[in-house]
Design a protein around this ligand. Structure first.
Ligand code: HGY
Ligand code: MN
Ligand code: MN
Ligand code: MN
Length: 410
């Protein structure tokens, strides 16, 4: 364990306390929450203590910038500090802390020998990758890459009616950085699956992403007394929503193992009273597949189910919004570069696909991108018990340092 590794683990231990859920090893530090504001302030001080200038853009993406070559583009590395409501402390945050330490190490080398610097260095904490409080996910990097309009993102409201603009302004986290000239992007993240742990792989070389299709449904019926209203008269929105939830799970069985993952993670019932037949339900459904064709077939099957439920339960089902990304590769040049760094370091590595979306899902469509994984114990994620061993965290920082060195320096 080098002093650099110890320095990383020390910062990692401090950061893990932000938004900590008492009695667990997990966190709740959702986008633009108080805990998010606290961790952002700490992170800004950490960046400044290593000579990086802190800036934020109009959607609250937080950057640490180090100019080494005036006027040159930036080699960017980062991930997201925001979390799911009750989640692990590793998802996103590990990548941000690893990026900071990888850049601190490369910056030290380039300050000693500035002639080696080809690009400037940037560390990024993307705003609202998780899309739990404010939908959709990957919001900050979607705005940065032009996939989502800034005005739409700022106008998005949470379940209490608070907008992204209001929440960011309450923290003073909207800034005036007007874009960044990006030469490359590198991200490291916990795998959130268990194949790397099972196969003894330390560094995952992400070569492609699964496709994802997320629906925000509104099911509308009619409020009624749950006792006295005749069954034949009822238009039960929660019953209609429940049939959709079950149908989405049964869809999986129409495909081969590992071809389709579905879940409904959020259900908001109105008026949500035990003696009232629900008149309105918001239902958020998530489909994932390694095949675009499977997603298309699942989408069509769901539309048929909607027709049937509307007819049988006499409810209306409308798609309020959809958010999706295609199954497609990550740049092969990035995989090759990461593979060479892993071999130079003697780290067990393998090519993997990512099932989860990341900010690199957006960035890979705009700039040369490298996406890396470290193992997750038992593949647990979006769960308070999410865990990655220190030796894997440290190996990941060492590897990312090698990647940043190759991307930023000659
Ligand atoms: O949807 C996703 O996979 C990401 O974690 N937000
Ligand atoms: Mn993540
Ligand atoms: Mn996540
Ligand atoms: Mn994610």
């Amino acid at each position: 364990m080098t002093h650099q590794d110890e320095a990383f683990l020390a910062d990692w231990a401090v950061h893990s306390r932000f938004g900590a859920v008492p009695g667990t090893s997990g966190v709740d530090r959702q986008a633009a929450s108080i805990a998010d504001g606290e961790q952002r302030a700490w992170f800004a001080r950490l960046l400044e203590s290593h000579g990086f200038t802190v800036a934020r853009d109009a959607i609250g993406n937080q950057f640490g910038l180090l100019e080494l070559v005036p006027g040159a583009p930036y080699a960017v590395t980062g991930s997201h500090l925001d979390s799911q409501p009750t989640a692990g402390r590793f998802d996103g945050a590990y990548g941000v802390l690893a990026s900071a330490h990888a850049c601190f190490r490369v910056a030290e080398e380039l300050r000693v020998d500035p002639t080696r610097a080809r690009f400037n260095l940037a560390i990024v904490n993307w705003f609202n990758e998780e899309g739990s409080r404010f939908k959709p996910s990957m919001m900050g990097s979607s705005v940065f890459t032009g996939k989502m309009a800034l005005a739409d993102a700022l106008a998005t409201r949470d379940s209490q009616g608070v907008s992204v603009r209001e929440a960011l302004d309450a923290l003073g986290e909207r800034g005036d950085l007007d874009g960044l000239d990006v030469a490359s992007y590198a991200e490291i993240h916990v795998q959130q699956g268990r194949s790397m742990e099972e196969d003894g792989v330390t560094i995952g070389l992400v070569e492609a992403t699964w496709a994802a299709h997320k629906f925000d449904f509104r099911v509308t019926g009619a409020q009624a007394h749950s006792g006295s209203a005749l069954m034949a008269d009822r238009r039960d929105a929660l019953l209609g929503a429940a049939r959709l939830v079950v149908a989405a799970r049964e869809l999986v069985d129409d495909f081969a193992e590992g071809e389709l993952h579905t879940a409904c993670g959020e259900l908001n019932v109105y008026p949500n009273s035990p003696v009232v037949v629900a008149s309105e339900v918001q239902l958020l459904l998530d489909l994932r597949s390694p095949s675009a064709e499977v997603i298309a077939r699942a989408h069509a099957s769901l539309m048929r189910t909607i027709e049937r439920v509307q007819r049988d339960d006499r409810v209306e089902i409308e798609i309020v919004s959809e958010h999706s990304w295609d199954q497609n590769p990550y740049p092969e040049a990035g995989v090759e570069l990461a593979l060479q760094v892993a071999d130079d370091l003697g780290l067990a590595r393998d090519r993997v696909m990512t099932v989860a979306g990341h900010d690199s899902t957006n960035m890979k469509d705009r700039v040369p991108t490298v996406m890396l994984f470290v193992p997750s114990v038992d593949g647990i994620s979006h769960n308070l018990d999410e865990y990655t061993r220190d030796e894997d965290l440290v190996a990941g920082v060492d590897h990312l340092t090698g990647v940043v060195r190759r991307l930023a320096a000659g």
